[in-house]
Unconditional design. Structure first.
Length: 348
């Protein structure tokens, strides 16, 4: 019987694999908008289908449509920036040369002693890397547009699944909880951990990413730095990765401004980056998710990078979720083991 269960489960996993991302985000969106659904249900008791439909419309207006519009604008801006670099309008080589000339002689000698005196090859590698990153971004964004049918199909599956998870989610969660081979209290702990991680990952990390990206983009726009929307999105993405953060974007841009003569813009960007953008995480995260729900940063870093490597953009959610469930299950196992030892010792 167990073998048959495993075979059927694997066959079902293969069957839904093309829509794996849609299923993941359907679950995430349903969990996030569950409080909205329940609030509306309080005004329209018993009208579960209507309330789920209204919540779905809110999801479309607040999440899906803005995300599509942002993606379209981002594709145009990334393509424009890439063309300007290819045409030489943005000259990273000149900036690197200015940086090289600004270094004192003792520092140039020190770099030469460590084998970093071949500035021409370093400059070429940096230019090539920047162009490759932009080219990759443009190609990925264009692939979404070219695969419009597949994208719309996945979006439809996500919204369809979200509707039923909103309407029947509580009953489904109770049934899944009953199937977990643990005691009632342990099952409750595990399910609570599952919900807490989704909340911490999405309501915490993604909202903070939006805030940091928006602040960074606003700073770039006020300083008249081209491609503010692109830089804002990149800062939002890198803010999701602990130990890297938004500084991976604004720090090199600030350095670029300093060495190319735009000193006050570079100084202002550094001040904004250190005292405004980077402080958002410390100030906002405890309000959104609380410090007690946070996993260690090294666990978040490894699980996020591993999730991105295995599952692409969906790994932002899947990686930390798997890590949290791993910690929760081993914590429950450890507690059960300690309780059994205490019972055995008491019996002696």
């Amino acid at each position: 019987m167990i073998a048959l269960l495993v075979i059927v489960s694997l066959a079902f996993a293969v069957l839904v694999e093309p829509f794996f991302g849609a299923v993941v985000w359907g679950v995430v969106v349903a969990v996030l908008f569950r409080p909205v659904y329940e609030r509306l249900l309080g005004y329209l008791p018993g009208r579960t289908n209507l309330v789920a439909g209204i919540t779905l419309v809110l999801i479309l207006l607040l999440v899906v449509v803005p995300a599509i519009l942002l993606g379209m604008a981002l594709a145009q801006e990334a393509a424009s920036l890439y063309v300007r670099i290819q045409d030489g309008e943005i000259d990273f080589g000149a900036a690197f040369e200015a940086f090289e000339n600004s270094l004192p002689n003792w520092m140039q000698a020190q770099l030469a002693a460590y084998g970093y005196n071949d500035f021409a090859s370093i400059r070429a590698e940096i230019e090539q890397s920047i162009s490759a990153i932009l080219e990759f971004m443009v190609s990925q964004l264009l692939n979404v547009g070219q695969g419009a049918f597949q994208f719309l199909l996945g979006l439809g599956v996500m919204l369809y699944l979200t509707f039923f998870l909103l309407r029947d989610g509580r009953a489904l969660a109770e049934r899944i909880e009953q199937m977990i081979p643990l005691g009632e209290e342990r099952r409750g702990i595990l399910m609570d951990k599952f919900l807490v991680v989704i909340r911490a990952t999405i309501k915490g990390s993604l909202i903070i990413a939006i805030i940091q990206g928006s602040l960074g983009g606003l700073a770039f726009w006020l300083l008249d730095i081209r491609g503010a929307l692109l830089w804002a999105v990149l800062m939002g993405v890198f803010s999701l990765i602990p130990a890297i953060g938004t500084g991976f974007i604004w720090a090199p841009v600030a350095l670029f401004l300093l060495v190319t003569g735009d000193v006050w813009q570079g100084v202002v960007l550094i001040l904004c980056g250190v005292f405004i953008i980077s402080m958002v995480d410390n100030l906002v995260r405890p309000v959104l998710v609380g410090r007690d729900t946070r996993m260690p940063d090294y666990v978040v870093l490894i699980s996020t990078l591993g999730g991105l490597q295995l599952f692409g953009i969906n790994g932002i959610v899947i990686g930390p979720l798997v890590a949290a469930l791993f910690i929760a299950i081993w914590g429950i196992f450890s507690d059960m083991h300690m309780e059994s030892k205490m019972v055995a010792k008491a019996g002696d």
